[in-house]
Write a protein that binds this ligand. Sequence first.
Ligand code: GLA
Length: 693
Amino acid sequence: MVRPTPATVNAAPRPTGTPARRGLDALTRELGLLYGGDYNPEQWPREVWHEDVALMRAAGVNLVTVGVFSWALLEPRPGEFELDWLGDVLDLLQVSGIAVDLATPTASPPAWLGLRWPETRAVTADGVRLSHGSRNHFCPSSPVYRERALTIAGVLVDRFASHPAVRMWHIGNEYGQVCHCDLCGAEFQAWLHRRYGTVDGLNRAWGTTFWSQRYDDWTEVVPPRAAPYLINPTQALDYRRFASDQLLALYVEQRELVRQAAPATPVTTNFMGFHPLTDYWRWAPEVDVVADDTYGDPADEDSPLLQGLAHDLMRGLAGGAPWMLMEQAAGAVNWRPHNLPKTPGRMRLDSLRAIARGADGSCYFQWRQSAFGAERFHSALVPHAGPDTRLHRAVRAHGAELGRLHRVVGARVEARVAFVFDWSSWWATEERAMPSDRLRVMDQLLAYYRPLWRAGIAVDVVHPGGDLSGYDLVVAPQLYLVDDDDAQNLRGVVERGGVLLLGPFSGVADADAHIRLGRFPVPFTDLVGGSGEEYCPLPDGGVPVRSEALGDFSATVWGERLRLDDGEAVATFAGGDLDGSPAVLRRCAPSGGEAWYVGTLPPQAVLDEIVARCVRSAGVVGALGRVPGAGPLLPDGVEAVRRGDVLFLLNTTTEERDVALVGVHHDLLTGTDTTGTVHLGPEDALALIERIA
Ligand code: GLA
């Protein structure tokens, strides 16, 4: 008999991006935009702590996250607690006027836990039990780990919940790992039992008549582990869903401890953007503040777009409410093979981008650069060389200018374009044994996002079951798996006169990852005015496509054998095996709405034109009133976002840029006024409000 554990979350409500509960209001009303980072004073002698707080004050730091990795110091031996040093740190921060986001240290258990209770250590799919000596080596299903984690968290809560410095709680750190041990196997069985009710239900959902995989009893079911060949895809998908829920249960049970002791204090944990192991649509309703870690790569020219997209996801997860950037790097990270540092300009741009896109806080990993340990070459707000450095001077200057952005605190970014993204769909698409592993969800998201970013058009990333009523254009760049309700929700966009743009290989599978039978995209064929029968990854070198509307082009990677029904073939394959088959379909609905289906990968310029047409049909304009494909866009590399009544212009290039504006604008960052065209130096930023003449 399988027994569900008490803290489970798979009865969680339908994930639709419910607004976070407590939010940042109380904190930001008092402190303004939050600025600071992870503070690890346990790595330093006490005299350094005093220098730290003096430097923090000088830099405008008003929030630090303390204690993330301090379990072994707080509980050096099982049941023996040494909290006084942490109390001293909190007292010092309190008298210095610096608020604390106090972490429970449960991401990195002490050596004694794993040595005395080996089952608390996670096991890989190959059956290797992980060792201590790094971090995050815990098994989320181990009752001993959970009990010990609750104990240390409870001890901290008892001692510090009413400490005046503690204004936020930070549970664990970057939840996002997976374990394959027998304890997880038993919890997986219980999770499946709750999901499917009967073993027959499980067999149906997993399609176990295939390859003799039928189960007779829950206890026969195991996590996906090293196996001779392909694993059942629904088993793999469900394990990802389970693994995310299992971690979420850990978060929830610690959060409850805090809630009982300090009901008004917001509780959070740090997300990791489009992280492949955690379904944040299920997590978001459980956090009081959506908080994210974003590490843009200065070597990647798409970094501003990727960061923007991640921030738009956070805003979507928060239901439009302010979120916070919990961690970013001020300079270089040390976990890529080759780590370019950020210039001070880049550091500032990355921070302001988050603020522009709805964050009410911009914090860093970490305050003081470690002299030892695995992250000794990771940048920090105070480098090894000390405060008399270019980086730290930039940190101070940025702290001062954030103090001048009080006006945006709590303000909203209004988006009329939604991007549909769902973790289950992503997971199901990235399984093995698909028609092509060159068709990647993240690539598609970025390709469809690019023209909108360039035009300064705000985008909210939303769940396919979310409230789409406020959006005139809904884009699903690649929504492979979609359940019936969510498909209906998307259809509603066109039925009420909006524009729906579907990318390739969308609407293919149902919630169990079974292929929907019939001509595809099964839930949308009538909307797009055409239908398909065969997925046809394209030969290397591309295939010619003819299009009067878009201009002829060469399609790569992906094609589909589509036929025209009552829609319009905007583009048609003109050669190869798909000769004569529509590549892009469009249909105008009687409602005045429109649906597009792009059954291939056009070059970026062609995709830009498709998106531009959808934008124009939807009547959406960018932050400067710009519309892609109608007149000049923003100068190349200038990012424009409007938050409340503040227009952020970020020059992501290393060249000068001018942006044509009309009227007088006041820059909140420098306090200067400009009439007409504004000038941006290399990697420069402006936060403008319109001056009434
Ligand atoms: C994440 C973690 C931090 C640190 C940084 C390094 O943000 O939460 O503890 O490891 O990465 O970039």
